[in-house]
Each structure stands twice: as C-alpha cells, then as structure tokens.
Design a protein around this ligand. Sequence first.
Ligand code: FPP
Ligand code: MG
Length: 342
Amino acid sequence: MNSAPGAVSAKPQAAVNLSPLLALVDQEMALVEEFLTTNMIDENPFVEELLKQIFAAGGKRIRPLIVLLSSKATSKTEELGRLHIILGVLTELIHTASLVHDDVIDRASVRRGQETINKKYNERVAVLMGDLLFAQASICLARIMNPVIVGIYGQVLGDLCAGEIKQMRQQFVSTVDWDAYIGKSVSKTASLFSAGSHSGSILNGCPNDTIQQLKEYGLNLGICFQIADDLLDITGQSSETGKAVGSDLRNGLVTAPAMFVLERKDAHSDKLKKLIQTREVATDEGVAEALSIIRAQGGVEATIGLARQYGDKSLAALAELKPSPYKDALAALTDYVMIRTS
Ligand code: FPP
Ligand code: MG
C-alpha cells in the first residue's frame, strides 16, 4: 500500500456516549478502578502520591472496557471471574506506563489535563514510575497463570517499544509511506487493543475462530483509534483532549492528516514539506501554518475516511459473534472511537 488507501469524505454522525457501555460492566469496572486507585500502594509516600496522581487523573478506561465487554460477550454465564478483572487492570497498567514513558519521549507538559510527571518532577522520576507500573503489570500477568496470555502481553511490550523506535526514526521525514504509518500504529497502539480484545476469550476457553475474530476486532479498532488520535492532534481542543494541539507536528511526527496533503504534490504540499524538512514546524509560527494548510487542504476529511475504513473492518470482525448486549456495545465502541473528541 504505497498510495493513500482510498479515503472517503466524512459523514456527520451523532456523538456516542460511553456511559451506557460502561454501565454493562459497571461492577467489574468498579473492581478494576478500585485496584488502580487503592490497591496500588507503596511504602514510600512520594511513590504512593505519584501513583495516586497518575490514576486519579482519570482516563477513559477504554482498554479495560474492551477486555470486560469482549470477555462477557464470549462467556457462557456472563459472570466474570477474578482473572478477567486482573486482565483489565493489567491492560490499563501497560497503557498508563507507556504514556508516562511517551511523555518523556515527546517532552509533553500536559496529559489528561494535568502536568505530566516529567514536567512536574523530572524525566528520571517519570522513567522509573513508568517502569514501576510495568512491574505491577508483570505481577498481574503472573497472577493470570496462563502461558499463552503471558506470550501475548510479552509481545505487546516489545511492539510498544518497536513502534516508538519506528516513529522516532521518521521524525521530520516528509516521505509518504502508508505501510510504515499503519505498521507503526499497529505496534504502538493496536497491539495492546488486540491483546485486550481476545485474551478474555482465551480465558473463557472459546473456539479458535471466536478468538481470532476478537483479535481482528481489536487490531482494527486500535488502528482506527490511533488514526483518530492523530486527527485530534490537528482538530482537537486542548480543553477536551487534555493535551497540547499540534504537538505531533512540533515533534516532527508526520501522521495521516499531513500525509494526505503531502502526497498531492502541489504548491500546498510543497509548502508543508518545506515546513517539516526545515523543522519550522517545531516553532509557533511554523506549526500554525502547517495546521492551517492541513485543515484547508482536506487532510481532516481524508483522515476521517481512513479511520472509518479501519472502524468498518473492526465491525465486520464482530459479525459471527453470538448476539448479546456486549457484542452491540463492542460495535458502539467502534463508533465512539471514530468520532471521539477527547
Ligand atoms: C502515545 O502515542 C504512546 C503510545 C501509544 C505508546 C508509547 C510506548 C512507549 C513509550 C514504549 C513503552 C515502553 C515499554 C518498556 C513497553 P502518541 O504520542 O501518539 O499519543 P499522545 O498524543 O496521547 O501522546
Ligand atoms: Mg505522545
């Protein structure tokens, strides 16, 4: 796939509310939340304070939601056990740890509307706090006592690091390579979504076909999520996203909205290319100019179309799953991911 994968124009859609989806697993999510906010204790008051700060800052808890809904959708009794809860906790811990590290790499100052650990304290504390969360995730993984799931999440940790390295190697590079872009999005984001979407069905002893369908669902949902995340860097409101708008561009990260403009090879793409190659995008004026070119030249609409393609693939993967409110909620989650604003 060396050219843009057939982007379509955006259709206006009604916002999807996460609350009814969360309500389907409210008791289980409360247990996940309790673990994240109260069970994570450390004898050092400073470390404990940091842990509280990280988890009290909120977050949408989309990954544990995927774990719980897909586990319920494939459970014979609809009852989830302790291991499913730990799977939800583990998935959120890995996500949170990777964000703490990501903020060091991106030199980000704000996350979830709060000062990042690297900004508030320093990078060394942030790296070690991320490591501490990864260590907690390893303990959860051991508690699940399933070697297949250990292998899946071990692969995710490798993928996260590989994805970040791939991204780092592409900074301030204006060449359009869609395979590389999607591959990087799989590594840094979709790999964890996919682990979360199918590991519960492994615990439930489901047939291989079901496990594969849920793996495919999570993979495509994760790609869709990353594309939507890249779009929010261009179109989002920092009051809603809790992050600084345009920070990908400032860091020289060329994502789908810019790529759609760059591949047109006209005066606008030449200007955008120059802003990236000369690193002017890292300045206030440069990023403002790049954002206005991308917005005016159709980068936003084309990116919504691309996100929709992966969203549709994730919906198609659910087709064979037995009907249930949990299956419907997984489908609604795809709509939420495609049109989210935060
Ligand atoms: C956010 O991307 C970052 C990720 C999805 C993954 C980051 C992974 C690492 C830093 C490696 C983790 C390390 C280990 C040891 C496994 P983004 O910058 O596009 O999103 P943002 O806009 O929310 O910052
Ligand atoms: Mg980042």
